[in-house]
Design a protein around this ligand. Sequence first.
Ligand SMILES: N[C@@H](CCC(=O)N[C@@H](CS)C(=O)NCC(=O)O)C(=O)O
Length: 317
Amino acid sequence: MIDLYYAPTPNGWKISIMLEECGLPYTVIPINLGKGEQFKPDFLKISPNNRMPAIVDHDGIDGKPISVFESGAILMYLGEKSGQFFSQDARERVKVLEWLFWQIGGLGPMAGQVSHFVNYAPNFPGDHSYSEKRYKNEYDRLLGIMDNVLSEREYLAGDYSIADMASFPWVTAYKRYEVDLDRFSNVRRWFDDLKNRPAVRRGMDVGKEARNFGKGMTKESLKTMFGQTADSIKEQTEERKEDSSRRSLPKYISESFKKIVGEPKPPLSINSFVFRFNMSLVSAFSMYAKNSLESQPNFSAIFTRISLDDISKPLDQ
Ligand SMILES: N[C@@H](CCC(=O)N[C@@H](CS)C(=O)NCC(=O)O)C(=O)O
């Protein structure tokens, strides 16, 4: 069984698509990026770059568990393990690697920056127009490159491969990035082909309800996601060493008590005190229950599945 540490973003979809394509059994362990779960010490042991996706294959090399981070490395690992979508032929394999690395070093980071300036930068003051245009141009250039290669062959590296699975998620958002995909007729043909693959649809559906496209993010989440420096990462990691799910109930009670009862200014009537005391117990119990449930991967991994047509509506907007 493979554990997939995941959030429903293009980098996450690469792996959910590949797992669905290969038919390998997996369990989704959601990583809430806005809440900073990527800084939890246990997750950093698997993914030291504080990014998802990452996997743990419990039946890994020589039957022993192995963890893999970085989507390109995971795709290669799964391709090797399953013997699918990553040709055994040396020449064909080089082609797959070329286009996989083209995605990892080019299409992904550039489209990621477009996404940042379209979805998130509006939350921050200042004129972002130069940066947005710079990355949109680069995204446009890369789609042109893709169009050229797809005019010569059906898929990026010849046969359908991990290189296509890596690139597809970064093309799905073309409408949000204000691109007319019909200008790239070969990319359009390729996109429609992949979009109709049942495994691609299933992969894209994983965790759909947790998507937000930057909407409704709190100031705290924005800081967690986009204020990262070497020092802030250290701080975030330290803070999570005492993981809330491992806090004891008495600790929750004393924290809630301090928060709710400890703050009022005198004079505090006995009724008010009793009311606040009761509220602090309710708050402590509910936080304790919530964190205990959240620490159960199978509880929080319950995702509803809906179709790619539904998700590509917001993606295509
Ligand atoms: N190069 C990495 C990039 C992964 C990545 O950027 N993941 C984002 C979500 S799409 C993430 O985990 N962000 C967490 C953060 O910014 O703290 C890969 O290909 O796996």
